[in-house]
Write a protein that binds this ligand. Structure first.
Ligand SMILES: Cc1ncc(COP(=O)(O)O)c(C=O)c1O
Length: 360
């Protein structure tokens, strides 16, 4: 590896975070969410690290599920967005993929399968997010029809929260009440809780958790939270200083000359940029760690390079290690400096960043 931009992935941390999720509700099962390449961490290595403990994995679509199977993962895999074409249902049967079902017309596609197909279906309710799912007033009828089909082995009831990351927002309470009312006459396993609900809404735990972000060690909240504080960062994004220069006061740095030195300044140029997935809109002042010491980005993030302030770090030289987020710098803090969320910081890293694994 010549260019030193890289992401260290700590598989032990992911396993510990999974255990933290399970410990929130010891009687619940959990589907570990590894969609979008395990939020940028590498779907197959993450699933391999979790397979001994996780009962099942969750992905967005069948292509992601096939990647896991090709990687040797044997556990059931839930397609959170369901199938996009009815033909995919046959693969679900053959490869033990569970499919979400979000619209009534999809029941007809299942009814057209051979009897005894043995399909597991997660019946999704739109309990208030208004993105995907069957309306509460139609849900029981959909369940009755689906569960009576000879093609269906099991139906799991599911819904998704819009605002669970805000523990003061009553939207989650309302969604929960809507779900409970609409399913009062149904006896089937229930899955509602993403990471913020797993850590902060015990009433939403039910039978099967669906933790995603928390597995990777980022907090799902915008504020401090005692359980989220126990998460271990799984990804550390690193690179190194490739050039150093001194500039006089009044000189500007980078595209659009958006940052101007107020005093004589030492500027380090680091091999990292938006071509690696680091957000271009990270502001001047976004923290970085340089050889373990805190400093910040100055000037615009460009495609392949980022400039940082070394003025108060006289020991920093070409070759100094720069951490953009991870073990010593919270991805949540950095995300907020780029007006984004930790989900995108990790998921948007491009294939140009090699992932280097530690842990089992
Ligand atoms: C349906 C569903 N369940 C669970 C998750 C996991 O959410 P989180 O990453 O917040 O834990 C997601 C992610 O977006 C999702 O779409």
């Amino acid at each position: 590896m010549s260019r030193q931009a890289r992401a260290l992935i700590n598989l032990d941390a992911i396993r510990n975070n999974y255990r933290l999720a399970r410990s929130q509700s010891p009687d619940s099962q959990a589907v570990a969410i590894v969609k979008a390449n395990a939020y940028g961490h590498g779907a197959v290595p993450v699933a391999q690290a979790l397979e001994a403990e996780a009962g099942a994995f969750g992905v967005a679509c069948i292509e992601e599920a096939l990647e896991l199977r090709q990687g040797g993962i044997k556990a059931p895999i839930l397609l959170l967005e369901g199938v996009f074409q009815p033909e995919e249902l046959q693969q679900c049967i053959e490869l033990n993929f569970w499919t979400a079902l979000h619209s009534e017309f999809q029941i007809d596609d299942i009814a057209a399968l051979p009897e005894g197909a043995g399909l597991t279906v997660w019946l999704k309710m739109d309990s208030g997010m208004h993105r995907l799912g069957i309306l509460p007033e139609n849900y029981e009828a959909a369940y009755q029809r689906l569960s009576a089909l000879p093609q269906v082995k099991e139906v799991v009831l599911m819904s998704h929260f819009a605002c669970a990351d805000d523990l003061d927002d009553q939207c989650t309470v309302t969604q929960l009440a809507t779900f409970q009312q609409a399913t009062a006459n149904i006896d089937a396993p229930v899955s509602l809780a993403n990471s913020p609900a797993t850590l902060g809404w015990p009433g939403a735990h039910q039978d099967i958790l669906r933790p995603g972000l928390m597995l990777y060690g980022a907090s799902p909240y915008g504020v401090e939270h005692p359980q989220a504080a126990k998460l271990q960062p799984a990804m550390t994004l690193l690179s190194e200083v490739i050039a150093v220069r001194e500039i006089p006061a009044g000189e500007s740095v980078g595209y659009a000359a958006s940052w101007t030195a107020e005093k004589v300044s030492r500027i380090g140029t680091v091999a990292m940029g938006y071509g690696d997935g680091f957000p271009r809109h990270a502001r001047s002042g976004t923290p970085v760690m340089i050889d373990g010491q805190r400093s910040c980005i100055v000037g615009r993030v460009s495609m392949d390079m980022i400039t940082v302030d070394l003025t108060d770090l006289p020991e920093a030289v070409v070759g100094s290690t720069v951490e953009f987020f991870g073990e010593s710098l919270s991805v949540n803090e950095v995300a907020s400096c780029a007006d984004t969320i930790p989900y995108t910081m990790m998921t948007c890293l491009t294939p140009r960043i090699p992932r280097i694994y530690s842990g089992r």
